[in-house]
Design a protein around this ligand. Sequence first.
Ligand SMILES: Cc1cc2nc3c(=O)[nH]c(=O)nc-3n(C[C@H](O)[C@H](O)[C@H](O)COP(=O)(O)OP(=O)(O)OC[C@H]3O[C@@H](n4cnc5c(N)ncnc54)[C@H](O)[C@@H]3O)c2cc1C
Length: 388
Amino acid sequence: METPTNITDLKTAFEYKNNRELKFTWYIFSLIQHPKLVKILTYLTDFGIKHKLPIKTLIKKTVFKVFCSGENVDEAFGTIKRLHKFNVKSVLDYVSEAEKSNDAYDLNTQKIINNINTVKEGTKSDFISLKMTGLEDPDYLTALSESQFFFAYKRFGLLHKRIQDICSAAAQNNIMVYIDAEETWMQHIIDHFAEEMMLLFNKQKVVVFNTLQMYRTDRVQYLKELIEEASKKGYKPGIKLVRGAYLEKETQKAVKEGKPIPVFQTKADTDRSFNDALDICLAAHDRVCTCIATHNEESIQFGLKQIDKYNITDHQSKVQFSQLFGMSDHLTFNLAANGFHASKYLPYGEVEKAIPYLMRRAEENTSINGQMGREVKMLGLELKRRNS
Ligand SMILES: Cc1cc2nc3c(=O)[nH]c(=O)nc-3n(C[C@H](O)[C@H](O)[C@H](O)COP(=O)(O)OP(=O)(O)OC[C@H]3O[C@@H](n4cnc5c(N)ncnc54)[C@H](O)[C@@H]3O)c2cc1C
C-alpha cells in the first residue's frame, strides 16, 4: 500500500472549482478570518432575524454558498454528483436546528428517511448525518440525559421511534448514519441511543456511527469501554472521531455552575487525546470502523501512518476521512485522489434553518488558531498558480 507523500497538492485540491468560485471562496474566507468583523456580522444576523429584516438573500449569496450545498435536496444532489467525479463521497446533512415543535421533528424525520431512499436511488453517496437536535428540543435532550427514568415517558417513545425509523431505513438501503455529538449536558442520551442503534443494526456490518469529541477528558476511557462492550454483545462499533465544536460553551457553563470542566484546557491535550483514540480504533480495525473527521493535517498524516503500521490493506472499507463542505478541500481531494475513502459533510436546508450551523462555522473559523489562515493561504496560492 502506498502512503501519499503530498496531501496538499493545490491543483488536485481545487480542481472542482472554476476561477470565479475560487475567487469568491477566497474573498469570503478572507472576510471571516477577522474575529471582530464576524462578531459584528453575527450580531447583525441575530438582529435581522429577530426583527424579520430581509437578510436571507445576503446570507444565501455569501456564507451559505460557501458552507452549504443548497436549499433543497435537488440542489444538494448537484453537488454530490459533482464531488463524485473526483471520487469524493458525500455525507448528506439536513440542517434544521432552529425548530421546536413535534410536527417539525416528525417532518424532519420523514425528510431524512426520504433522503435515504433518494440517496440510494439517485446518487453514489452512502452516508447521511443525524443531528438529534433536529429530532427533539435540546432542553428535552438535556432533561433526558439527567434523568434515570426516561424510558417511562411517552415523549421519549416518540423520539426513540424517530431515531429507529431512520436507522432502520438506512440499514435497509445500505446507507451509513453518522450520529453527531452535542454538548456534554445532552450527550448522555445521544450515547444511549447510538449504542442501542449499533447493537440493533451493526451486527454484520457497520451502519450506525457514534461521534466522540476528543476534547472531552472522559472520552478515551469511554471509547475503550465501548469497544469492549461491543465485543461482548457481538456488534461492530462505528466511531467518528472529532475534536469538538463547543469548547468555549463547555468551559463557561462548568465555571458558571461550579462544576468540573469536562474538556481539556490545552490544545496539546486535545490533540493527544484525538491521536490516542485514533490509535485505539485503528489497532482494533478488525472490529471497529473509524471515521477521522478533522481538518487537521497532522491528524490525517498520523491516521495514514497508523493505516500503514497496522497494515490495513482494506482501509477503504474500514477507515474514512471526512471534512466539512467548504473547508480543507486540499485534504479531501488529495486523499480521494490517492485512493483513500474521503468525504465531505454536505449540509443543506432552508437558509433560515441553517443559520445556527453557519454561525458555528464562522465563529469556529475565527477562534481556531491558524485554521482560517491556512484556508486563505491555500486558496491564494491556487489563484496565483492558475494565473501564472
Ligand atoms: C466531518 C466533520 C464532522 C463533524 N461533526 C461534529 C460533531 O458531530 N460534533 C462536534 O462537536 N463537532 C463536529 N465537528 C467539528 C469538530 O469537532 C471541530 O470543531 C473542527 O473540526 C475543528 O477541529 P479540527 O480537528 O478540524 O482542527 P484543529 O484546528 O486541529 O482543532 C481545533 C479544535 O481543537 C480543540 N481546541 C482548540 N483549542 C483548545 C484548547 N485551548 N484546549 C482544548 N482544546 C482545544 C477544539 O475542539 C477546536 O475545535 C465535525 C467536523 C468535521 C470535519
